[in-house]
Design a protein. Structure first.
Length: 77
């Protein structure tokens, strides 16, 4: 189990996955018109100066797919 940190700025989204206190995978999504995040866990979020940070704990799997509406669907379990 690890932690996911999602950073959203303008039309860019970065999904960073952490385990054992270190970064082990990072996804950079550009051209994000619409972003859907599906998770069953509590989400802590903070926004400042046009950038949003979303932190999700107890992450074991992340799937990122293009949506039919031109954005992305991020499924976190």
């Amino acid at each position: 189990m690890g932690r996911a940190l999602i950073t959203i700025t303008n039309d860019t989204c970065i999904v960073s996955l952490y385990g054992e206190g270190r970064l082990f995978k990072e996804y950079k999504l550009g051209g994000v018109g619409k972003l859907v995040i599906e998770t069953g866990d509590v989400v802590l979020s903070r926004c400042s100066n046009g950038t949003c940070f979303i932190s999700i704990d107890n992450v074991s799997k992340v799937n990122i797919n293009r949506s039919s509406e031109g954005g992305y669907v991020v499924k976190i379990s």
